[in-house]
Design a binder for this molecule. Structure first.
Ligand code: PMP
Length: 299
């Protein structure tokens, strides 16, 4: 049995979910998206994801055409129609159908899609033992060109870095800013621990404001771990006592080797383990329920 997809106003089968060849999302990468997760019957940080989606839309002059609460219902209903409690959700809003020209004025209505499925980007064993990664020659987009805070459909920059990682025999790349500071992974934010301080690059460096990143920063503060959103170099990364990546698809995953250098003694660290436990606990209680308990009268 295939999936039920929300596709431009209707719930249809996977086979019926079609995009026009003239959709500017397809022709030009002109659109935005969100990757969201449901855990234990709740959609984790859904408000935060919708806020980011609408902010991305505003930044690229895209009128989504429906309100946030309607979008929330699309996400919840997609999960219900697929009978899912734990899932990866992809919400896509493209500029819509236009013509072969670039002008977005020729796209009269945004196209909205919602897919709920499973995703596995790293092998389960890597979550226990940690990842080997490589810094990529391909730099993260300059924020003056296409700001990485916009979660746009144009991921070619990240895909080129991913290809570099694949060719080097590792599964993830770390991208640097135009100035050579550490920015982020191809679909995840990066954290290091140095001198007992949990550090991640600031948003001004040109990184996505990851929902998982924000959750980890918040949990760290609650746990009394010192945090800093500060630029750091490859040298800081190589000599860190811990390193890990965060993302909705990646979740929290330790990094144990960067460019052939072991991070500390090459095993996942204690700060990481504490934060992972706190994150797991948060996924049990955060976000709207997909299947609200029926009231006594309805039963
Ligand atoms: N950076 C990039 C480039 C990403 O694509 C993602 C995945 N959305 C992230 C970071 C992590 O963000 P989040 O925690 O919101 O999934």
């Amino acid at each position: 049995m295939g999936l039920v997809i929300y596709c431009k106003g209707a719930f249809v089968s996977e086979q019926e979910a079609k995009v026009s060849i003239f959709d500017h999302g397809f022709l030009y990468g002109d659109g935005i998206f969100e990757g969201i997760r449901a855990y234990h019957g709740r959609v984790f940080k859904l408000d935060e994801h919708l806020k980011r989606l609408y902010e991305s839309a505003k930044s690229i002059h895209l009128s989504i055409g429906i309100a946030k609460d309607e979008m929330q219902e699309i996400v919840l209903e997609t999960l219900r129609r697929n009978g899912l409690r734990d899932a990866y959700i992809r919400l896509v809003v493209s500029r819509g159908k236009g013509d072969l020209g670039l002008d977005p004025n020729n796209c009269s209505q945004a196209s909205i899609f919602c897919i709920a499925d499973q995703i596995k980007i790293f092998e389960p064993i890597k979550y226990e033992r940690g990842l080997e990664v490589k810094t990529a020659a391909t730099r993260r987009n300059n924020p003056d060109s296409l700001n990485p805070r916009i979660k746009s459909l144009n991921y070619l920059n990240n895909i080129l870095a991913k290809i570099e990682a694949n060719q080097a025999g590792v599964v993830e790349a770390i991208m640097l800013t135009q100035d050579g500071y550490v920015a982020e992974g191809t679909s995840d934010n990066i954290f290091i621990v140095r001198n007992g301080v949990l550090m991640t690059p600031p948003l001004s460096a040109g990184v996505l404001e990851g929902i998982t990143r924000n959750s980890v920063l918040e949990l760290a503060r609650e746990l009394g771990i010192r945090t800093a959103e500060e630029l750091f170099t490859r040298h800081d990364l190589y000599t860190a006592s811990e390193c890990f990546l965060t993302g909705t698809a990646a979740e929290l995953i330790p990094v144990v080797n960067v460019d052939g250098r072991d991070i500390d003694n090459g095993v996942p660290g204690e700060v990481f383990k504490k934060l992972l436990a706190a994150f797991r606990a948060l996924t049990l209680v955060n976000g709207p329920e997909i299947y609200k308990a029926q009231s006594a009268t309805a039963r």
